[in-house]
Design a protein around this ligand. Structure first.
Ligand code: G3P
Ligand code: MG
Length: 249
């Protein structure tokens, strides 16, 4: 199966450099770039008015100065929120990033993007894919983009929009259990993204033997993670990639 010629780094910054900057913000991606990361993982979902924005939770409480649901905000209301001060005073005034703004920054920095389609409860996978995937395909070359999700409907919609040679799809797993092979084959996936705490040697080996790239989230302790490199993990998606310096195979 032909895939984009993606050269994955060993480490991908999770939600941007989220150990050192407010997650999923432009500041977090600039921090990742400044720290030498060449790829970031970011979550995308839709505001209530259909604007795609970079945000993880269904709600606003954890990472902004407000509360309520993302789905109840339009862009002007979302822009009024401070999404940096919760993390630290240095980030006060940070605004929620639209997908388009984020794509421009990533393109300018020459970075790669693992864009996670985050389909929170009650939200439409199709609407998210129709807004987010064409924009990402327009902004970045195929070798610097993976679109990933836990949600198979979202991945299937994305595959409808672009063939495997044009769009790398990453299938997210908590545990890589029964049915993983069928799931990946149906989606013509490029990669498997597995929770590092639940990934076993046998699954890792099977994924690699079948020719998939293997990514693992979200290790932050390089010593505890060390044995997974030997199992064939290609890339770790970490909040703090710099901790892995001197700990790579
Ligand atoms: O894409 C890997 C990882 O981000 C999945 O979990 O909840 O951090 O989006 P979460
Ligand atoms: Mg994510």
């Amino acid at each position: 199966m032909p895939h984009p010629d993606i050269s994955l780094p060993r480490l991908i910054a999770h939600r941007g450099l989220s150990a050192h900057a407010p997650e999923n913000t432009l500041a977090a991606v600039r921090a990742a770039h400044d720290a030498g990361c060449s790829w970031v993982e970011l979550d995308v979902q839709l505001l209530g008015d259909g604007t795609p924005v970079i945000w993880h939770d269904a709600g606003m409480r954890r990472c902004s100065d407000s509360s309520g649901r993302l789905a109840d905000l339009d862009l002007p209301a979302a822009r009024r929120l401070d999404v940096g001060a919760w993390f630290g005073d240095a980030f006060r005034g940070e605004r929620i990033a639209t997908l388009n703004e984020m794509l421009r920054l990533i393109a300018e920095c020459g970075m790669g993007l693992n864009l996670e389609l985050k389909v929170n409860r009650g939200r439409s996978a199709a609407a998210l894919v129709e807004e987010a995937v064409p924009a990402a395909l327009d902004a970045l070359p195929p070798e610097r983009l993976i679109v990933s999700s836990f949600d198979d409907d979202a991945l299937a919609w994305a595959r409808e929009l672009a063939p495997a040679s044009r769009l790398a799809l990453g299938v997210l797993f908590e545990g890589v259990g029964r049915g993983w092979r069928e799931r990946c084959a149906a989606l013509e996936a490029f990669s498997v993204h597995a929770d590092w705490r639940r990934l076993g040697r046998r699954s890792a080996t099977a994924v690699k033997d079948d020719g998939y790239a293997l990514l693992s989230y979200t290790p932050n302790d390089p010593a505890a993670f060390a044995h997974l490199w030997a199992w064939g993990v290609d890339a770790a998606i970490s909040d703090d990639p710099s901790r892995f310096a001197g700990h790579l195979p």
